[in-house]
Ligand binder design. Structure first.
Ligand code: GDP
Length: 397
């Protein structure tokens, strides 16, 4: 069995273990490296060729490969990552931050419980960094920080160690100021990022390496070693010693919540129905017993399957053949004709999708992005998603 097939098999086994799932997004100001990081994580986890990842603009590749890149960017990609003695299913949901700025970012944020905020080490915190942090926190999505393009500080700006430290400190302070400003009050302190516990990683998404303070001990590498290797043109070697996907996915597993933990505090924010009702309880507990509830975050169009509704299952178990109601579509029931998960760029057909997962469903014809889907006819819909424009624009209004 190839690595990819092996991963697919493992992924389908993890969908019923919520404590082993992380639903996360990557959010950044334009050009700070979100796409490069996403591609390299997926490739590192064995789901896409490493040559292709992050080099889309530079390489000439065939149409199918290009189409795959687009598929990845279109919705979600699941990866399996080993951490300690366990394997985890990481669902990376694309949060299109730039072109289609606004609604789509917020919708994607609804599906995730955690986010990697990417900040370019050269540019620092920019207006859209603030916007995406605000979007994430409004949805009670917990952040970690990746400071990207560190190779440029070394090779282009030729900074020394002290100067680099100063830059990192400024970025971390700026990010924490925003986290302090927009975090839900109960997480204002505990969601601040810090270097010591590993909620901040540094690296180069393009050159495929990263490091964090705890990882320096685990992988036996110092910051000085890294700087020396980059200066000496040994980034390929560095990418083997301090692998981007390992360090970033370790950080995700360790510091971002699983759906069971997250739904407890997220549901009261994103759904205003009766939390003591059967569906309210099922969602707050991410329970498999109880009614199905799902929020559609995106509709994608597949040349073979037609319209596919992608979204987060918050309670119950979605089954092929189930009949479900779609908000604003009256009492009509829609049959789940095909159910799948996206593993890397591939859509894998499954029979069941349990609470806490991201599912792709064919058959929910009335669904649009933002629809509430449920096995009960009168479920209170999820809160509409509010999106923010750039702070600069907000100030001008
Ligand atoms: P996005 O707009 O946030 O998705 O950013 P991209 O991933 O498209 O990256 C923007 C540009 O920065 C591209 O030209 C990338 O090749 C480049 N880039 C991304 N990460 C790095 C990095 O770590 N180092 C360097 N030198 N360039 C990078």
């Amino acid at each position: 069995m190839g690595r990819k097939e092996d991963n697919i098999e493992k992924a389908t086994k993890l969908i019923e273990k919520p404590e082993k799932i992380r639903n996360m997004g990557i959010a950044a100001h334009i050009d700070h490296g979100k796409t490069t990081l996403s591609d390299n994580l997926i490739a590192g986890a064995g789901m896409m060729s490493e040559e292709l990842a992050g080099k889309q603009l530079m390489l000439d590749f065939d149409e199918q490969e290009q189409a795959r890149g687009i598929t990845i960017n279109a919705a979600t990609a699941s990866m399996v990552h080993g951490f300690g003695d366990n394997e985890y299913l990481i669902n990376l949901i694309d949060t299109p931050g730039h072109v289609d700025f606004g609604g789509d970012v917020t919708r994607a944020m609804r599906a995730v419980d955690g986010a990697i905020i990417v900040v370019d080490a050269v540019e620092g915190v920019m207006p859209q960094t603030e916007t995406v942090i605000r979007q994430a926190l409004r949805e009670r999505v917990k952040p970690v920080l990746f400071i990207n393009k560190v190779d440029r500080l070394i090779n282009e700006l030729k900074l020394n160690g002290d100067e680099m430290q100063k830059r990192f400190l400024k970025i971390i302070t700026d990010v924490n100021r925003l986290l302090g400003k927009y975090s839900p009050p109960e997480f204002r302190d505990s969601w601040q990022v810090n270097v010591q516990d590993g909620r901040v990683a540094f690296g180069s998404a393009y050159h495929n390496w990263a490091i964090s303070v705890p990882a320096m001990a685990t992988y036996k590498i110092t910051f000085k070693d890294i700087v020396d290797m980059v200066r000496e043109g040994k980034q390929k070697e560095l990418a083997k010693k301090a692998q981007l996907h390992k360090i970033i996915l370790d950080m995700v597993i360790k510091h971002l919540p699983n759906p069971k933990e997250a739904q407890k505090y997220r549901i009261p924010q994103i759904w205003k129905g009766d939390i003591e009702s059967p569906i309210g309880k099922a969602m707050a507990n991410c329970s498999y017993d109880g009614p199905v509830s799902m929020m559609i975050t995106k509709i994608i169009v597949d040349p073979h399957a037609g319209e596919i509704a992608v979204g987060r299952v918050f309670s119950g178990v979605l089954r092929k053949g189930s009949e479900l109601y779609v908000s604003l579509a009256g009492n009509t029931k829609y049959k789940v004709q095909l159910l799948s998960m996206m593993v890397g760029p591939d859509r894998i057909s499954v029979d069941e999708m349990a609470a806490g997962n991201i599912a792709a469903v064919v058959g929910l014809k009335a669904a649009i992005a933002g629809s509430t889907v449920s096995s009960i006819p009168d479920m209170d819909p999820f809160e509409p998603m509010q999106h923010y424009t750039d702070p600069v624009v907000t100030l001008a209004i």
